[in-house]
Design a binder for this molecule. Structure first.
Ligand code: NAI
Length: 350
């Protein structure tokens, strides 16, 4: 039973989709729509089992509820995953079938890009439903990609985290270890390099590592060792669960601030980081730049307003870090408490 999964939490709806003709297998998870329609990306990935895929969707959708609330958006939380075969990709036929399924929800869930789904894939989904964001317009695929906006928010937030931990918010001369050089990681590296930071990078895709080493003068590390690099900041920008019982004792940086969703393997990981004196910038607070951008057609934000709202992320992070310090709890716990209080207050629950 889906509802037996530990991460089922209090999801409003979880649907398992199967389309024989295209081979689509997907999960749509709607966690909470009290603040508005559930908005969160679609991930296309090869999972070890259907339960693993459902668990990923459930954890990610709950994270979107918290992210959208903290970012002040009129949106609830949802997420979806498309289950790929090993080495497979989401075909246009699968994406069309997925779009048709999204359409039946009548706007209660609105997808956008995530790992394995780019703007061109969103165009396929949007051919079947008007309830999709991050869809290429006349400006083309580049203009629809949320990654540069996500990276911008993380870049700003990193300054706030450095300022909070050291009293100096400048990234110039700081050493940042970046895990994952996809849309988010690569754009983050560019902002950091431009601002004079020193970079060490890792990715399981050797071509991406070589390109970053060449064009950004970055040092490189093994993907299994990047978290051990003695840097000022570790920036996870690949997949979730990277902060766990194995990696936390080995972390080489005093600050963790990156874009990956669900970086903490579990609540114990937040306690373990606090115990080691490592400052953790909660992912759902710092990586909201993308959703601030994709949701602009709903919020009506102009490009300048989007940039301004992303510029509010560092102050929001500092506020959360101060709340956590006052309460003596991990920042993730303080952020979650804050997000849930915002939802209660805005939805008329308190
Ligand atoms: P992407 O698919 O463009 O890039 C992910 C990169 O991570 C790829 O280059 C991949 O080879 C690499 N990777 C995978 N496993 C790795 C490992 N074990 N070690 C090192 N590298 C590894 O994905 P994108 O869009 O850059 O997203 C990255 C993370 O940020 C994801 O967790 C995503 O959910 C999150 N995120 C993305 C947003 C966006 O705007 N794209 C918004 C908010 C969060």
């Amino acid at each position: 039973m889906l509802s037996d999964l530990p991460d089922y939490d209090d999801h409003e709806m979880v649907a398992f989709l199967r389309d024989k003709e295209s081979g689509l297998r997907a999960v749509i998870a709607i966690h909470d729509t009290r603040l508005g329609p559930a908005h969160g990306g679609t991930r296309a990935w090869h999972y070890g089992s259907e339960a693993a895929a459902a668990t990923d969707a459930l954890r990610l959708s709950r994270g979107m509820t918290l992210k959208n609330a903290v970012a002040g958006l009129p949106l609830g939380g949802g997420k979806s995953v498309i289950l790929l075969e090993a080495g497979g990709r989401a075909t246009p036929a699968m994406l069309r079938a997925f779009g048709r399924a999204v359409d039946t929800l009548g706007g209660r869930y609105i997808p956008a890009e995530d790992v394995g789904i780019g703007p061109d894939d969103m165009a396929e989904i949007a051919a079947e439903t008007r309830h999709a964001l991050g869809v290429p317009g006349p400006e083309g695929a580049a203009g629809a990609d949320p990654s540069p906006y996500t990276a911008l928010g993380i870049f700003h937030a990193m300054g706030a985290a450095l300022g909070f931990a050291t009293g100096d918010a400048s990234v110039r001369g700081r050493h940042v270890a970046v895990q994952g050089l996809g849309g988010v990681g690569r754009n983050l590296c560019e902002y950091l390099a431009e601002a004079g930071a020193r970079l060490t990078v890792a990715d399981i895709d050797a071509g991406r590592v070589a390109a970053a080493a060449r064009s950004l003068d970055a040092e490189t590390a093994d993907p299994d060792a990047i978290h051990r690099v003695a840097a000022d900041v570790f920036a996870p920008c690949a997949l979730g669960g990277v902060l766990n019982a194995r990696t936390i004792p080995e972390l080489g940086a005093g600050i963790v601030c990156g874009g990956a969703n669900n970086q903490l393997a579990d609540a114990r990981a937040g306690e373990a980081l606090l115990g080691r004196g490592i400052l953790y910038a909660p992912d759902f607070v710092v990586n909201a730049g993308g959703v601030i951008w994709t949701s602009a057609p709903i919020t009506g934000a102009t490009p300048d307003e989007v940039t301004a709202r992303i510029g509010e992320i560092p102050a929001r992070l500092t506020d959360i870090l101060e709340r956590a310090r006052r309460a003596g709890v991990p920042p993730e716990a303080a952020a979650e408490t804050h997000a849930l209080a915002l939802i209660e207050a805005r939805s008329g629950g308190a």
